[in-house]
Design a protein around this ligand. Sequence first.
Ligand SMILES: Cc1cc2nc3c(=O)[nH]c(=O)nc-3n(C[C@H](O)[C@H](O)[C@H](O)COP(=O)(O)OP(=O)(O)OC[C@H]3O[C@@H](n4cnc5c(N)ncnc54)[C@H](O)[C@@H]3O)c2cc1C
Length: 410
Amino acid sequence: MFLTRSCRQLSSVSVPVALSRTFVPRRRMASDPSTEDITRLDFLVVGGGSGGLAGARRAAELGATTAVIESHKLGGTCVNVGCVPKKVMWNAAVHAEYLHDHSDYGFEVGQAHFSWETLKAKRDAYVSHLNRIYRNNLDKAKIQTIQGQARFTNDPEPTVEVNGKKYTAPHILIATGGYLQWAGLGITSDGFFELESLPKRSVVVGAGYIAVEMAGILSTLGSKTSLIIRQSGVLRNFDSLISANCTKELQNSGVDLWKCSQVTSVKKTDTGLELTIATRDLERKNDEEKISTIEQVDCLLWAIGRQPHTSGLNIGEIGIETDDRGHIIVDEFQNTSRRGIYAVGDVCGKALLTPVAIAAGRKLAHRLFEGKEDSKLDYSCIPLWSLATHQLEQLVSQKRKQLKQEEKRM
Ligand SMILES: Cc1cc2nc3c(=O)[nH]c(=O)nc-3n(C[C@H](O)[C@H](O)[C@H](O)COP(=O)(O)OP(=O)(O)OC[C@H]3O[C@@H](n4cnc5c(N)ncnc54)[C@H](O)[C@@H]3O)c2cc1C
């Protein structure tokens, strides 16, 4: 439901038109003997996540012979270790919250027992079901699925190698997403979805929406949870009202919030992890740094940012430029610095959200295979959605900074 809502928000930028199949000249796989060991397509997509699948399916609808290369599971981050399983966990937390209030509303339901194990099994089964649906949809659309790790070769024409086989196309899309930063002992949100039981004592590090959501879910389901943030508030990239309210609400809901704090060391002990925390209010220059410890932590979850997935792709060798954090640099039409190669989604480092990756992938397909030269995603007005704490907080925010900038321009 969350995703449906999010996608609906972008309906003004996607193109819900009846697609003409006549526009695109269909090309055949080449049978030129000099290139017969290379599979030729109209559109080759590296990464079977939100952006890649959306671009591939739209291109196929428009008549392009298309293949998707995926090294892991179809659906990418969102389906496997992101929005979808997170929403399942969030729903579980909502149930816990309602149970808590049942008797106040006249319901006598007796002692409720919660089984993390049952929840995990059902959630995993649901995600596997989605993986199969994604595969069936590709098959139905006659899109070739190539399982394996893609790498660009140094051939003169842009070529991708997977499991020793070469593939090329006049249009190649990189949609390889990102991975989570990790700081030694502990887990990231990927590891959260692998937890076999509810942790008794959790510490979440980070102030972004993933950290806030994970802390809210763990706390509401019954894990004693602390959230460590470097500044004085969470969701600092959101509207300041949202940031302030969520910070307050988190504390009200029972999360132990450590403001202006950083984890300085993590030690493994017989009873779990022991964390050393340094706290210092940056605005009070004369304040001494306070050192504290949190003991017996059985779940330390780092949610401190995401990095682009480009290592191993060999993009530097073929002239694709990246920024200093490794994100692929694209222009407003998703063109990289190498002609015929495009990038969408998290790997570009802008508005790391599923509907954004989907919309960018579809817009690109319309440009390349329907002749819509102006087809591009407008990044200037992306609604930011957050489920934030376990309590329903659907927040649509156009960042104040952006608005202020626009006001200045007017
Ligand atoms: C915990 C969590 C919660 C989130 N919640 C939300 C949410 O509520 N709403 C929202 O909008 N967004 C959410 N996101 C963000 C969302 O998941 C991403 O923005 C979205 O998945 C990006 O899509 P993408 O296509 O760029 O990359 P991905 O979906 O990550 O897909 C990239 C794919 O490329 C594959 N790949 C990488 N390298 C290679 C290679 N060399 N060869 C072949 N395949 C390769 C990967 O295996 C992966 O499947 C969440 C993310 C996380 C981590």
